[in-house]
Write a protein that binds this ligand. Structure first.
Ligand code: KIV
Length: 266
């Protein structure tokens, strides 16, 4: 199977085929996600919460994102690898934004980057696109804005807020984004944005009409329990399975059942 490109994203929208996307942060899981045939892997700054045990994504650094993106890229054969720009790697200025975005492609093997925001980052998107760095925009609930938003809340619920999100969707498309992630917005609003844009929308908590869907891998496989948003569907409980295996190993060691003859050298 050939490597998925941003052109394939656009083609899928035109052909009415759904785009699949998941996060991954390390080699073994990136390999599994890729092997499953998922179109795109986002090395999300959500790693701050699901891998590093942080309260939110704000403390995640560029160097940490580069480290994780590099090991994911090493594992992936087909999926499009997208590096997530962490808080304060693009907000302070255009030069900063382009340099940091460039690091994902130059040092970490990503083929695109994602950043949060609409109108306020349109210039950054334009400058990155001009530098041949494909950009996925992200509007709606933007976790890096947790303090402004006052928590992880559904966005675009009033007529005014919905109108603003529609305007921002058009702005990021005009700025050159190849795709737009819509997080935690009403399904009708996501449907409207999806039908108005020519670039594909990827939804997380944005209903079924988006051109594609993304979820955080650790939510999907039952490896993150601190909170489970309404939009998550858990497909496995790997924590339970890991706990069972590790407890069994502990018991075996304690009662002398491991290692047995089978695991010992003559
Ligand atoms: O960081 C992340 O994992 C995200 C999600 C929306 C998928 O941005």
């Amino acid at each position: 199977m050939p490597k998925i490109t941003i052109q394939d994203f656009l083609k899928k929208k035109t052909e009415g085929k759904k785009i699949t996307m998941l996060t991954a942060y390390d080699y073994p899981f990136a390999q599994i996600v890729d092997e499953a045939g998922i179109d795109a892997i986002l090395v999300g700054d959500s790693l701050g919460m699901v891998v590093q045990g942080l309260e939110n994504t704000l403390p995640v650094t560029m160097d940490e994102m580069i480290y994780h993106t590099r090991i994911v890229s090493r594992a992936v054969k087909n999926a499009l690898v997208i590096g997530d720009m962490p808080f304060m790697s693009y907000q302070a200025g255009i030069k900063d934004a382009v340099r940091n975005a460039g690091r994902f492609l130059k040092e970490a093997g990503a083929a695109a980057v994602k950043l949060e925001g609409g109108a306020e980052v349109a210039e950054q998107i334009m400058a990155m696109t001009r530098s041949d760095i494909p950009v996925m925009a992200h509007i709606g609930l933007t976790p890096q804005s947790i303090h402004r938003m006052g928590g992880y809340k559904v966005q675009g619920k009033t007529e005014e807020a919905a109108k603003r999100l529609i305007e921002e969707a058009h702005m990021v498309e005009e700025a050159g984004a190849f795709s737009l992630l819509l997080e935690a917005i009403p399904r009708g609003l996501a449907e409207m944005i999806t039908s108005e844009l020519s670039i594909p929308t990827i939804g997380i908590g944005a209903g079924p009409s988006c051109d594609g869907q993304v979820l955080v891998l650790h939510d999907v496989i039952g490896m993150f329990e601190r909170f489970v948003p309404k939009f998550v569907k858990r497909y496995a409980n790997l924590k339970e399975e890991a706990l069972r295996a590790i407890s069994e190993y502990k018991d075996d060691v304690e009662k002398g059942a491991f290692p047995s003859e089978e695991q010992s050298f003559k």
